[in-house]
Design a protein around this ligand. Structure first.
Ligand SMILES: [Zn+2]
Length: 431
């Protein structure tokens, strides 16, 4: 019971997404025991059956689509959606979100008896039909066993590879590489033996008897004796963000390193082309990374192009605010559900490193354009950081001191205490 108590926690953030498909929820073996698909539970009369069904939202799925695919009539759907909306915006459905439906089937008529979904790990939304046919919604708080997990170690190959090896869930790795990449060039600045530490939430769900990661709470990496830290903090008006120890938002409009890469292999400007052999202007930067490394959206935006594009191979172009666009080329594949028009969030995985098109080996070719003109991605100016103020700053400082007391290995008062690496990382739990 060290870090678990009293720490102000950020709300589990929702991943918003768009796309167009629906699929039946894929069950793991453990879940199969508890769930049934389209299996009549009991016969009310000879002709009335009650069907329990579990679905998973795929990219782009809307609540209206989910309901109409279940054969529910439009009038009923309208009432259900209205009731749903009173507690939760259906636009905020996230990919993978689970829906449990109980439907009464009488002849060809289908009537929804109940709908249950969990917008977050800690919330359960129930829409039920009463005897008059009206729908009522209620949002319940779920009680889950919660604890903080801690992982720490020294870099042996790369932040990404080492945190994977340390058993940190991919969702947390994505949050921490995203958060740290604002201030640190992950491919250039991090070296062997640099110490890192990560604290994140973990929830035990008694329903599925599984442990699920919550949010990243804290991450730090020491580079040349200098700590780079990020803290997750929720302001009093409910906004969740990542801050440095001074309470300044680490968020920038564009990430300089949209891949958890090992090194910058080719810079912006003139160079000798590895295939064509002659010097040409390199309109982007290349990051050497292993095949399959996740590629992240450098900023919030919309997918403008996602297709094979000549020498670029598998290619994504994102459109951002203020005339900015970013390009990601030679990908091995695209993230599931990504298509032209998809809205993406900064740090969201959009594809995977590969070597498609004119490429001599796995790497990410990355370009930044401002109003159609190529600029050096490494020089894109970041907007000034937002800073916490007032009571939020006071609360944040308390939170920072709490984290400082909890973290054992990294000493941030001018000297770095290097861990002796125990295998792939020293992982402990506090609850
Ligand atoms: Zn390139």
């Amino acid at each position: 019971m060290r870090a678990g108590k009293g720490i102000v926690l950020g709300v589990v953030s929702l991943v918003f997404s768009c796309g167009l498909l629906l699929k039946i929820f894929q069950f793991s073996d453990a879940e199969l025991e508890n769930q049934q698909i389209q299996e009549p539970l009991l016969s009310v009369s000879a002709k009335t059956t009650i069907v329990d069904k579990t679905l998973e939202v795929l990219p782009g799925q809307t609540l209206a689509e989910i309901l109409s695919l279940e054969g529910l009539d439009p009038t009923q759907n309208h009432l259900i959606i209205n009731s749903f909306k009173q507690k939760y915006d259906p636009k905020d459905l996230k990919v993978g979100q689970n829906f449990q439906l109980k439907i009464q089937q009488k002849g060809s008529q289908r009537r929804l008896l109940s709908l249950v979904t969990r917008p977050t790990l800690l919330q359960e939304l129930r829409v039920t039909c009463d005897s008059s046919g009206a729908f009522n919604s209620v949002l319940l708080e779920r009680k889950l066993n919660y604890r903080l997990e801690r992982a720490s170690g020294n870099i042996t190959s790369s932040l990404y590879a080492d945190t994977v090896k340390a058993g940190i869930p991919s969702q947390i790795i994505s949050e921490l590489t995203h958060g740290l990449s604002f201030g640190v060039h992950l491919q250039r600045d991090i070296h062997q033996n640099d110490p890192y530490e990560v604290i994140y939430e973990s929830y035990y769900d008694p329903d599925t008897k599984s442990t699920k990661p919550g949010s990243l709470i804290y991450a730090a990496i020491g580079i040349k004796g200098e700590p780079h830290e990020i803290y997750r903090y929720q302001t009093r008006d409910g906004r969740v963000g990542l801050y440095n120890h001074k309470g300044e938002s680490v968020k920038r409009s564009l990430l300089t390193t949209p891949v958890a890469a090992v090194r910058l292999s080719s810079a912006f400007g003139y160079r000798r082309h590895p295939i064509k052999g002659y010097s040409q202007y390199h309109k982007g930067v290349d990051f050497a990374a292993s095949r399959g490394s996740p590629v992240m959206a450098a900023g919030d935006g919309i997918v403008a192009v996602a297709r094979h594009w000549g020498g670029y191979g598998n290619y994504i172009r994102l459109k951002h605010d203020n005339g900015y666009a970013t390009v990601y080329a030679h990908l091995s594949k695209y993230a599931a559900g990504l298509h032209v028009g998809s809205t993406v969030r900064q740090g969201q995985v959009i594809g995977y490193v590969g070597s498609t098109g004119n490429s001599t080996g796995p790497h990410l070719h990355h370009e930044v354009l401002i109003n159609g003109k190529h600029v050096n991605p490494q020089n894109v100016k970041a907007p000034p950081a937002a800073r916490l103020a007032g009571l939020d700053m006071a609360n944040f400082k308390k939170f920072v001191s709490k984290i400082k007391r909890e973290t054992r290995g990294l000493r941030f008062n001018g000297q770095m205490a290097l861990y002796t690496s125990k295998g792939v990382g020293d992982r402990t739990s506090t609850s």
